[in-house]
Design a binder for this molecule. Structure first.
Ligand code: FES
Ligand code: MG
Length: 588
């Protein structure tokens, strides 16, 4: 143990130069029940960043798992100290959980930096908890390992799998078409949530937990284990043991989350059919580390990759099936064999991703397809740009045959479509007017949602996946093209064009769009343009500016106002812009 790094907790508990403060620090942590012998033993102090609480049901099982994490930490010779992270519940937070990602990040940075912690176990799960924890670990850069809470068990209704979120979009259509009543609507939706854990579909939670593993920030194979399984308890114990070793090895987030690791995560995201929120969150984590990535990497490295994982919303199955079929290692092994993974990227267990995953078998080829017979070729996102925005993301793996027939079937131009715009200003406007025949929505209409970005609807609302009006659904039109500056749930099967940056509230091109304008989308060229001369757009811009700019609702809380003043756009991670310069601060 000669080249053991000096533990940063010694500055609190064993500092001969400042015996006054040392005594003060010691007496209060003694008060917690630790002995002087333990605190001065030179054992590493390991934080357990607890994201679970009664307000965060998706992550609540971490309260149970933390006991096994503690046991693992103690077993390996560390001292566990558990502390709360600002709660983030994707479905419960008004107006958006997006607001809380950066708030939880800020709080966790202060905790990791300001307290006597040598390493930390990040308890990840529900959508934003994963990026918030990884962003903070990136900024502070003490040894850190992520533990997923795991997905819920599969949901079932009348013999069919019902998946989180995905069933909601389906049930909404049935309700709008009058095929089910309110009670059946609630029962159908609730059937998708049979146990503790996060969303069992390939939504943002399964995506981000898979990508945390692909980045190398968790033990291999643990992301997919369902929350109630006994294997999950064991993974918690192993994670606790491992973080103590990581502290001894001084293995830090900056050693693991390199550019190669991010490229691996981008490739894995395409193969799993991951959420459109992933490009925002990975960009945020990378920026807090100072790693160069951009959405151009998603087009270049992500788009050509085929879809291998058959999970809802792009496919049929759910979280338990994903785990039994081999989880992330089985997917990575398929990609490794094609040379699509940077094999030498280091991971939390001290080995490379190649060493961890090479040879990991697919146990069920219905759920994880071999590379040679994918569900879809070129299944990664398309990154679009044009006079409506600089960058937006489209998830092409969820384009349905119906959608393809209606919009992409012109033999002369099979990758492009155009139509008249109907523009909604925020989700409330959409909910009020969508079923009003006077709005004039037809099967040719392109639906636009604006005022839903990080500034306009603070944190950015998941609202771009809009259903058609009820009168069209009853005629068999189940989806219209949706475009907007908000986000959409990773559980949605809508092939929307979303995360448009800059947003209308930042005076992006969407702010100038008017209902009735014709818009053209070209998927092959990656363009989205309103078919209006530049001069007229310039006139509209000048008029809007003179009128005070694009209007959005006032802030309701201090944090909304603070975040709005400093948040960046989604294509650069929607981070707090002033925060980027604070990198690797535990070493400063
Ligand atoms: Fe929390 Fe889906 S709402 S994981
Ligand atoms: Mg979500």
């Amino acid at each position: 143990m000669t080249d053991q790094p000096k533990l940063r907790s010694r500055a609190w508990f064993d500092n001969p130069d400042n015996i006054d403060m040392t005594a003060l620090y010691l007496e209060r942590y003694l008060n917690f029940g630790l002995s002087l012998e333990e605190l001065r033993s030179g054992k590493p102090i390991i934080g357990i960043a607890q994201t679970g609480s009664d307000l965060s049901p998706c992550n609540r099982h971490h309260l149970v798992l933390a006991e096994r994490v503690r046991a693992g930490i103690i077993e390996a010779g560390g001292i566990p100290l558990e502390f709360p992270v600002h709660p983030i519940q994707e479905t419960g937070k008004r107006p958006t959980a997006g607001l809380d990602r950066n708030l939880a990040y800020l709080g966790l940075v202060e905790t990791l930096y300001g307290y006597p912690l040598d390493g930390v176990v990040l308890t990840i799960g529900c959508d934003k908890t994963t990026p918030a924890c990884l962003m903070a670990a990136a900024t502070v850069n003490i040894p850190a390992i992520a533990l997923s809470v795991g997905p819920m068990l599969n949901g079932w209704h009348k013999g069919e799998r019902t998946g989180s979120g995905t069933i909601v979009w389906k049930a909404r259509q049935l309700l709008a078409a009058g095929e089910i009543d309110d009670n059946e609507f609630i029962r159908l939706v609730a059937s998708s949530a049979p146990s503790t854990g996060y969303c069992n579909t390939m939504g943002t939670a399964t995506t981000m937990n898979s990508l945390a593993e692909a980045l190398g920030m968790s033990l291999p194979g643990q992301a997919a284990i369902p929350a109630p399984y006994r294997d999950r308890q064991e993974a918690a114990w192993r994670t606790g043991k491992r973080i103590v070793e990581m502290v001894a090895e001084d293995l830090k987030p900056s050693d693991i989350m390199t550019r190669e690791a991010f490229l691996n995560a981008i490739v894995v995201n395409s193969a799993i059919g991951g959420s459109t929120n992933a490009p925002i969150h990975l960009q945020a984590i990378a920026r807090h580390l100072g790693v160069e990535t951009s959405w151009a990497d998603w087009q270049e490295h992500g788009h050509p990759v085929p879809l291998l994982v058959n999970l809802q919303p792009a496919g049929e199955y759910l979280g338990e099936d994903y785990y039994r079929a081999g989880g992330v290692p089985a997917v990575v092994n398929q990609l490794l064999q094609q040379g699509l993974i940077h094999e030498g990227a280091l991971t939390a267990n001290g080995r490379t991703i190649g060493e961890n995953c090479r040879g990991a078998a697919i146990e069920d080829e219905k759920v994880i397809r071999p590379f040679a017979s994918p569900l879809k070729e070129e299944a990664g996102f398309i990154v679009l740009s044009g006079n409506l925005f600089d960058a937006a993301i489209m998830k092409t793996s969820v384009i349905s045959p119906e959608f393809r027939d209606r919009y992409l079937s012109n033999p002369d131009d099979p990758d492009a479509f155009e139509g008249p715009a109907v523009v909604f200003d925020g989700p409330e406007d959409y909910h009020h007017r969508i079923d009003d025949p006077a709005v004039g929505i037809t099967p040719e209409t392109l639906l636009f949602m604006r005022g839903a970005g990080p500034v306009g609807y603070p944190g950015a609302a998941e609202v771009v996946n809009m259903r058609p009006p009820a009168y069209l659904i009853t005629e068999g039109v189940h989806a219209l093209p949706c475009i907007g500056d908000g986000r959409q749930s990773g559980t949605s099967g809508s092939p929307s064009i979303l995360n448009a940056s800059p947003e209308a509230a930042a005076m992006g091109g969407l702010a100038l769009l008017q209902t009735g304008d014709r818009v053209r989308i070209d998927l092959k060229r990656g363009t989205a343009d309103v078919l209006i001369p530049d001069a007229e757009l310039a006139e509209r811009r000048a008029a809007l500016k003179a009128d005070g700019g694009y209007r959005y609702p006032a802030s309701q809380t201090p944090w909304q106002e603070i975040q709005r003043a400093v948040v960046g756009q989604m294509n650069t991670g929607a981070i707090l812009e002033g925060a980027e310069k604070y990198q690797r601060i535990a070493q400063t």
